[in-house]
Design a protein around this ligand. Structure first.
Ligand code: ATP
Length: 260
């Protein structure tokens, strides 16, 4: 079931540097939610707080009402969270299929002992997961790449592999960190239709950090704009793009005044 995500007064400090200040937002189940803002605004840091890679200094983060502030990524993964990274984090010498299969490990049954003993049910579960991963790759038009080492593929395909790896975990909450970064126009168009298809076919909530405003406009129901670690505004992508505070944050006050 699609998850709800709620942040209340999240603060993140590194020494004296205030990276996030009192950030609050609510993401309803089933929406596609955008997190935008200029370089250095704190978008990836906020993702890292949600996914357990950074520990906020204070505040509250709940998934479906369960407090998860400071939880380890492994616990968050068991609660249904999956994410991709701005720079794809792949095992470059492993095959595409092996990379995608890593996303399925939280769904495999049993503890370490049955897997160490290779009990029959573990082999069956592994076979089923492998078939599911191959089917995902086939549907994405990537079946031909399943047996290739990841380092033989392009940057655009690496981004795709990360997405399919995250989806194999059957997440209820998916965080996509700059999924369009470095993609060609055609690849961005394909990404937009893939994310739409995922949202239509799965019960899932998606949060996207992205600079590509075309993608944000095409996909999101709602956005939050961050600037200097604070929430500047929230609304639709169209409202954000025409908000004078957002324009000023992106291009500076003098340029915004000249453009007015
Ligand atoms: N581990 C860290 N230690 C110290 N400062 C950090 C750390 N991680 C992030 N920061 C600082 O936090 C601020 C926000 O960075 P962040 O990467 O979250 O911004 P962003 O909005 O994602 O930027 P971009 O769009 O360029 O990716 C930056 O000033 C960055 O240097």
């Amino acid at each position: 079931m699609a998850a709800s995500l709620s942040l209340t007064d999240v603060n993140l400090h590194f020494g004296g540097v205030k990276v996030l200040q009192d950030v609050s937002m609510n993401v309803a189940p089933g929406v596609i939610f955008g997190l935008v803002g200029p370089n250095g605004a704190g978008k990836t840091s906020l993702f890292n707080c949600i996914s357990g890679h950074y520990k906020p200094s204070s505040g509250s983060i709940t998934i479906d009402g369960t407090e998860v502030l400071g939880s380890a990524p492994s616990r968050l993964s068991r609660l249904g969270l999956a994410r991709t990274f701005q720079h794809p984090a792949l095992q470059l010498h492993s095959t595409v299929l092996e990379n995608v299969l890593l996303g399925g490990h939280t769904r495999l049954p049993g503890g370490p002992l049955p897997w160490a003993l290779r009990l029959p049910f573990t082999a069956r579960a592994e076979d089923e997961m492998r078939s599911e991963a191959l089917e995902l790759l086939d549907r994405a038009g990537l079946g031909w790449a399943a047996g290739k080492p990841a380092d033989e593929l392009s940057h655009g395909l690496h981004k795709g592999i990360e997405l399919w790896r995250a989806l194999l975990s059957k997440p209820s909450l998916l965080l996509l960190d700059e999924p369009a970064a470095g993609l060609s126009h055609a690849e961005v168009e394909q990404l937009i239709s893939t994310v739409k298809r995922v949202r239509d076919e799965q019960d899932i909530t998606i949060v996207i950090v992205e600079h590509h405003m075309g993608l944000i406009s095409a996909l999101t129901d709602q956005v939050v704009v961050l600037d200097h670690g604070r929430k500047l505004m929230e609304g639709t992508a169209a409202q954000a793009q025409s908000d004078p505070r957002v324009i000023e944050a992106y291009i500076g006050k003098d340029a915004a005044d000249d453009a007015a």
